[in-house]
Design a protein around this ligand. Structure first.
Ligand SMILES: [Zn+2]
Length: 277
């Protein structure tokens, strides 16, 4: 066999459809022929893409036999033509060969496009999933924040309740000033532990740039600042406190409206206070 004969075996060989003896002959030729080697590599690439695009399938034995028979018939035609017409035959087999190659390349191209479309669909699905996960994550975060806030409020209320029920607790009643006549409140504290809680109602809503500030005023001394706080629309406040060390015994309480970050000494009007008597 010559180079042109072997060329015709490349397509069936790329599909593993050659007889053992022919395959062996072709392999021997491939060792010496770079052109045939290159063609076989490109044919195998095409076949590999096709295999990815379609379900793997062995040709039925009859089909395989028919393909091989037609390839062999083609080759014997070529040989008889060879003798008669020399140059014409290789051209014809070349055309035949081109149909095979073009068919495989077209199929490979189609398989590649299908693969790309599949990738784009997968990619878009993944983007959508990621967006959904991010949204769920944000919702979960919000709920956890709300839960933490609820727990915080609950803990304060429990602490206040424990203090209110404690037999050691003392209670100071607070009355609204001229500025806040509807306001009232209680200051409950435990002199031993210094734990305290302020309960207030009816205070005017806190302006955006202001805050209420609690003051301890030990008898005969200047006011000691306590915590700052705001009230909700119903004017309610529940504020855990800790008595300052120098105001554990004899003191009065006042609440003033101050700048948002609080003051070191009272600057605003008094809203709530223990009767000064
Ligand atoms: Zn060759």
């Amino acid at each position: 066999m010559e180079h042109q004969d072997f060329q015709q075996l490349l397509v069936p060989h790329s599909l593993d459809a050659l007889e053992m003896s022919e395959a062996r002959e072709l392999e021997a030729h491939l060792e010496t022929c770079a052109e045939c080697r290159a063609e076989l590599i490109s044919l195998r690439d095409g076949a590999a893409l096709l295999a990815h695009a379609a379900e793997p399938a062995e040709p039925r034995p009859e089909v395989r036999a028919r393909i091989l028979a037609s390839v062999r018939a083609e080759r014997s035609d070529d040989r008889s033509g060879d003798v008669l017409t020399g140059q014409v035959v290789p051209l014809r087999s070349r055309a035949n060969w081109n149909v095979w190659t073009m068919g495989l390349r077209l199929a490979a191209g189609l398989a590649f496009v299908a693969l790309l479309i599949g990738l784009v669909v997968l990619w878009r699905r993944e983007v959508k999933l990621r967006q959904e996960i991010a949204q769920l994550d944000r919702q979960l975060n919000n709920q956890q924040h709300e839960l933490a806030r609820d727990r915080d409020v609950l803990a304060r209320q429990r602490e206040a309740l424990a203090l209110l029920n404690s037999p050691d607790a003392k209670r100071l009643e607070l009355a609204g000033s001229q500025t806040a006549q509807n306001a009232r409140g209680s200051f409950v504290y435990d002199q031993k532990t210094g734990k305290a809680v302020l309960l207030a109602d009816g205070l005017p809503a806190t302006p955006a740039d202001k805050a209420y500030e609690l003051w301890f005023i030990p008898k005969g001394r200047s006011p000691v600042p306590g915590r700052i706080f705001t009230v909700d629309s119903s004017g309610h406040a529940l504020l855990p406190e800790q008595l300052p060390a120098d105001a554990m015994a004899n003191f009065v309480i006042a609440i003033t409206l101050e700048p948002k970050r609080g003051s070191a000494v009272p600057t605003g009007a008094i809203y709530l206070s223990t009767p000064s008597s």
